[in-house]
Design a binder for this molecule. Structure first.
Ligand SMILES: *Cc1c(COP(=O)(O)O)cnc(C)c1O
Length: 438
């Protein structure tokens, strides 16, 4: 046994230990060894990250789309601390507690209509796995056992577990696991040609509805697939055809929920309610990993009766009391600080800036929705190209943390980012995009 050194580390010390032992997500590690981590962060507050040398960076993507209320919101930290004094975690099988019971009720009250039951889990991927098992098992024991196939959109991203990976449509993420993935049908969606996708789905459902359990979509915008925004008419049409054929519609609001696209739920752009809705990222506003899968009373009732009809599914930390307390406070902050209302003028500024960026040399396809703005930069397209990385490296040098999605450079800042910080963020993005012209 070696003794553990407890003296605080400086930047070089952290980087050396990291290089020796940490395997980073979504990171070509060989390149990481050459370039080192982009930032060594010590603390965060509001829309800013602070590194070990005290340098501040505006968090341009809310730390992987989670910190929708900024970092360390004082009300959320106070709630977390108070709940920790009382109860951190207890199993949710056969046990309940006030934070989880109240959260379920409060979540249903703000959810699209018809969603009345909440199944808790840990993160976006598990929220999607729950949705897959819930819909497949429903049909298995409610008269349509052949309905075991899922339909998803091309370029979709639904998470990392194998079920979620199978639903995904980004080839680089799927390729190594091809032999392990369940067979899903992907419906390709080209922004601008949504009608074709709607007709194709209609055909798929007419021909195969006896085999299709559910259609799973990211509503309005496909995030990790490259900030691909599509017409709300497609979402309306998907709702209509799934209802017509009595196939479940699962809406993955892990990224889009909690006002990221403007309204509380991206579903609202199309005025629809799904049969199942997944929520994670903004759910605890980046404080703790926690997720929920909401469903209709009809689906829930399909699991009542004999014990062998139950959903035998659950993660160790389901309904985590700390997470539940924080998630409740998040909803309260949205309400009392009028987060969605106050984000509207910010979203308008962001949209105008991205329209302008679209005119720059080497920059194309400007788009925005709510507090998301994106452009494509020149060079090969796809997740592995490097111009996007060069633009984001320049942004970091200028004091803004950004991370590209291949050739897509985007921002998704906290919804309550102060106007000054938003202006600085957009100014830096503009300067950094000049790199794309070289
Ligand atoms: C991030 C994301 C997920 C996966 O969430 P994790 O918390 O990373 O497991 C699922 N769906 C969508 C739409 C996402 O953006």
């Amino acid at each position: 046994m070696t003794t553990v050194d407890r003296t605080p580390l400086d930047r070089a010390g952290v980087i050396a230990l990291d290089a020796r032992h940490v395997w980073h997500p979504y990171t070509p590690m060989q390149r990481h060894f050459d370039e080192g981590p982009s930032l060594v962060i010590q603390r965060a507050e509001g829309s800013r990250l602070v590194d070990v040398d005290g340098r501040q960076y505006i968090d341009g993507n809310s730390s992987w789309w989670t910190a929708l209320l900024g970092h360390n919101h004082p009300r959320l930290v106070a709630t977390l601390t108070a709940q920790a004094q009382q109860l951190c975690h207890v199993a949710l099988a056969g046990i309940t507690h006030e934070p989880v019971a109240r959260l379920a009720a409060e979540l249903c009250a703000v959810a699209p209509s018809g969603l009345e039951r909440v199944f808790f889990s840990d993160d976006g991927s598990t929220a999607v796995e729950v949705a897959i098992k819930m819909t497949a098992q429903y049909w298995a024991q409610n008269g349509k056992p052949r309905r075991q196939r899922l339909v998803a959109l091309g370029s979709a991203f639904h998470g990392e577990t194998l079920g979620a990976t199978a639903l995904g449509g980004v080839e680089v993420f799927r390729k190594p696991f091809r032999g392990l993935l369940m067979d899903c049908t992907h419906l390709s969606v080209t922004p601008g040609a949504e009608t074709r996708a709607a007709e194709e789905l209609q055909r798929m459902l007419s021909n195969g509805r006896d085999e299709i359990a559910a259609v799973v979509v990211e509503p309005m915008v496909q995030g990790a697939g490259g900030m691909r925004i599509y017409d709300p008419e497609l979402l309306r049409s998907i709702r209509q055809s799934t209802r017509e054929h009595d196939v479940f519609l699962v809406v993955d609001e892990v990224f889009t929920g909690y006002g990221r696209t403007g309204p509380m739920w991206a579903c609202e752009h199309a005025g629809i309610s799904p049969d199942v809705l997944c929520v994670a990222k903004g759910f605890t506003a980046g404080i703790l990993p926690m997720a929920a899968t909401l469903c209709t009373q009809r689906i829930f009732e399909g699991f009542l009766g004999d014990a062998d009809r139950a959903l035998y599914y659950g993660h160790t930390y389901c309904g985590h009391a700390l997470g539940a307390a924080v998630a409740r406070e998040v909803l309260k902050v949205y309400d009392e600080e009028a987060i969605l209302e106050n984000a509207k003028p910010k979203a308008a500024r962001l949209a105008a800036a991205f329209q302008r960026f679209g005119q720059m040399p080497g920059v194309s396809n400007p788009r925005s929705i709510g507090m998301i703005g994106a452009v494509n930069v020149a060079g090969a397209s796809g997740y592995l190209q490097r111009t996007g990385a060069a633009v984001c490296a320049e942004a970091i040098r200028l004091g803004v943390y950004l991370r590209p999605l291949g050739d897509v450079v985007y921002v998704a800042p906290p919804l309550n980012i102060p106007d000054d910080d938003l202006d600085s963020l957009l100014g830096v993005v503009e300067r950094a995009l000049a790199v794309a012209a070289d």
